[in-house]
Design a protein around this ligand. Structure first.
Ligand SMILES: Cc1cc2nc3c(=O)[nH]c(=O)nc-3n(C[C@H](O)[C@H](O)[C@H](O)COP(=O)(O)OP(=O)(O)OC[C@H]3O[C@@H](n4cnc5c(N)ncnc54)[C@H](O)[C@@H]3O)c2cc1C
Length: 490
């Protein structure tokens, strides 16, 4: 089933993605004589840099993921279309998207592709089942459930006299900014927030491990700042394991191999993957049609004006591109998207092309714990409370919406000045829904009727198959007493 988007006859711009590139590109087209359709697979704009605060109970998901429709509600020339893009036809200039079996074909005159990147497990995708990444709201809520759930399970086990060390060991893989921030927050949770909440466990004895194959923490920040960050995080009680390549991950732990060949097993139920990114598969799709090169992380090589080689009407921005070693950071996506929007507008007005895209580096920062951060701004290297205050100011400016800024500030006061966390709600579904959906043949598509197919007779027929799939999912996810996966039925 396919539906073609209605058109008004004006120049049509399609923007893929509602992240930093997608949102800022759409907003930059506000005062131009075009119709914009933003096609995105989620209904929200996600502020990824604060995902770890949702995962550790500081912020709510709504504060970092406001609805895109609401953000753009006053932009008359923009509409939002929910759907995952699965096809881009460069010759016929159309984008194909789907949601729950409903397909839409959207024609474009100009296209901005800003589909970002996902987690990379460096060819070991099976690690994902036991070590979720941190790229989406689903990931953050699942991690929140797993982290707080581990303390609950440890309390239960300790009350029965069992060894709960594996439940009180948390491993964060990847010592970049996300890994450092995540490890720091879990340490604060264990050593500060939760210390009075349990009777049978001492949460202050929890082990928080930050592991990375690299020889230093925060490699992009250089040796001096990286060293300072490592000392700070160790003061919080985080164990830093460097030169440690993760070679296997399973339900009860992981295995690391050091450069000297030594192999160590760490028993840990809660593992978090914060290492490596892989560009959206849409990059490959564009490369196949245009002949543009792809790098090892799946990023597509674009022209200096961010256009796809051979297709001047197609711009690719943000985490998906490989150009001049630009880093995968929000400002690259924002500035690239604004550049693309200006070029589209300029062409319609008959202006000369802009100079090649030049990224203006406004600096980088990573928060280590409350009142401690590291920042790199131009030649300046800042640490401690000054860097932390800068972090606070920058994040307040970039969080979308006044209400979200205000509530985030209140939640930060609760967590940083006090010891509370306002967002500790977790549910069983947060923890297990991802694996359960992955075991169905076509994920959530299997749980709803297709368009035009809703009739009682058909439902009765489908029910049998659905029950069969659910039984299979339940059986596959069951653990035997020996801690092994249950056998497949049927
Ligand atoms: C945990 C974490 C912490 C970070 N911290 C920082 C930081 O402190 N500072 C910093 O500068 N950067 C940080 N980054 C990086 C920054 O978030 C990215 O560089 C930035 O989001 C890239 O913007 P983008 O528009 O290219 O992609 P994204 O913001 O990822 O947006 C991609 C969009 O495309 C949508 N999409 C993807 N595939 C499809 C499809 N097939 N169909 C339809 N829609 C699709 C997604 O749903 C999303 O809306 C962090 C990233 C993460 C994950």
């Amino acid at each position: 089933m396919s539906a073609e988007q209605a058109t008004s006859g004006r120049h049509k711009v399609v923007v893929i993605g509602s992240g930093f590139g997608g949102l800022f590109g759409t907003k930059a087209l506000r005062r131009t004589d075009v119709d914009v359709t933003m096609v995105a697979k989620t209904t929200h704009h996600l502020f990824q840099p604060l995902l770890y605060q949702v995962a550790t109970g500081i912020l709510s998901q709504g504060e970092i993921a406001p609805p895109t429709r609401e953000i753009l509600s006053n932009q008359k020339n923009a509409q939002v279309l929910l759907g995952e893009v699965s096809g881009i036809d460069l010759e016929n200039r159309t984008v194909r998207s789907q949601v729950l079996g409903r397909e839409t074909i959207t024609p474009y005159d100009s296209l901005i592709v800003a589909a970002g990147a996902s987690q990379s497990y460096f060819g070991n995708d099976h690690f994902a089942e036991f070590a979720p990444g941190m790229k989406s709201i689903d990931d953050a809520l699942e991690l929140r459930g797993r982290i707080f759930g581990a303390f609950e399970m440890a309390e239960l086990g300790a009350a029965r006299g069992e060894n709960v060390d594996h439940l009180l060991t948390f491993v964060v893989v990847g010592a970049g900014p996300t890994g450092v921030e995540m490890a720091g927050q879990i340490a604060e949770l264990a050593h500060r927030t939760l210390k009075k909440d349990f009777h049978h466990i001492n949460t202050q004895k929890a082990r928080v491990i930050l592991a990375d194959a690299a020889p230093q923490v925060l490699p992009p920040f250089g040796a001096t700042l990286g060293g300072k960050a490592q000392r700070e995080i160790e003061k919080l009680g985080v164990e830093v394991m460097l030169g440690a390549m993760v070679t296997n991950v399973d339900e009860r732990g992981l295995e690391v191999k050091y450069k000297d060949g030594r192999v160590e097993r760490v028993n840990s139920v809660t593992k978090i993957w914060a290492a490596g990114v892989q560009a959206s598969p849409l990059g490959k799709l564009l490369a196949e049609q245009s002949g543009a090169p792809l790098d090892r992380a799946g990023r597509i090589g674009v022209n200096a004006d961010l256009t796809l080689p051979g297709y001047p009407e197609v711009f690719v921005v943000g985490d998906m591109i490989s150009l001049d070693n630009l880093p995968g950071v929000a400002q690259v996506a924002i500035q690239g998207a604004k550049y693309a929007a200006k070029e589209i507008d300029g062409r319609l007005k008959g202006k000369a092309p802009q100079k090649p895209f030049k990224y203006f580096d406004k600096g980088s920062m990573a928060i280590i714990s409350r009142f401690r951060a590291v920042a790199m701004v131009g030649k300046f290297r800042l640490t401690g409370i000054i860097a932390w205050l800068m972090w606070l100011a920058v994040h307040l400016v970039y969080i979308t919406g006044f209400k979200n800024r205000l509530t985030a500030l209140l939640h930060w006061a609760v967590s940083f000045i006090g010891r509370g966390r306002s967002e500790r709600t977790t549910t069983e579904q947060q923890i297990f829904a991802r694996s359960a959906l992955a075991r169905l043949e076509r994920g959530s598509h299997d749980l709803v009727s297709r368009p035009g197919e809703f009739d009682a007779e058909l439902l009765r027929q489908q029910e049998g198959r659905r029950l069969e799939l659910e039984a299979q999912a339940a059986e596959e996810s069951r653990l035997t007493d020996a801690g092994e996966r249950g056998v497949r039925v049927g």
